[in-house]
Ligand binder design. Structure first.
Ligand code: ZN
Length: 125
């Protein structure tokens, strides 16, 4: 009985994972399609003169417009306040960090702790 349950549960998990992957592929196709529209390109272009929201450095070729609203249903909902322009590395960084932050906000404090200690060891007099 345990073996059967194990098999059924595993099968169920696999099906769900596949659906998730299919949804993700469908989503990224839709996103790609949307980013090819005039509406998106014009919207993105309106941020062109701004700086990287996090580093305040100038935007480099290939900069990305990060949507703060991660709900795929809102992807094409172009509310200016919900977007920030980021260079590629900053964009990767903020998504990476958010994965931890969403369930553990104190990750920010530990990063600051590490940065302060690095600063004191390396920049202190
Ligand atoms: Zn993003």
């Amino acid at each position: 009985m345990f073996v059967i349950n194990y098999f059924v549960i595993n099968y169920y998990i696999c099906i769900n994972e596949h659906n998730k992957e299919d949804n993700m592929t469908a989503n990224s196709d839709l996103k790609k399609k949307f980013r090819a529209t005039k509406k998106w390109k014009t919207f993105r272009e309106s941020f062109n003169k701004e700086k990287d929201f996090i580093t305040l450095k100038k935007l480099y070729k290939g900069w990305q417009l990060h949507h703060l609203d991660l709900d795929p249903d809102n992807y094409d909902n172009l509310i200016v306040e919900n977007f920030i322009p980021l260079n590629v590395q900053t964009h990767e960084f903020i998504h990476w960090l958010y994965n931890y932050y969403r369930t553990d906000k104190a990750v920010i404090n530990r990063i600051q702790n590490a940065l302060e200690r690095m600063y004191n060891l390396n920049e202190g007099e």
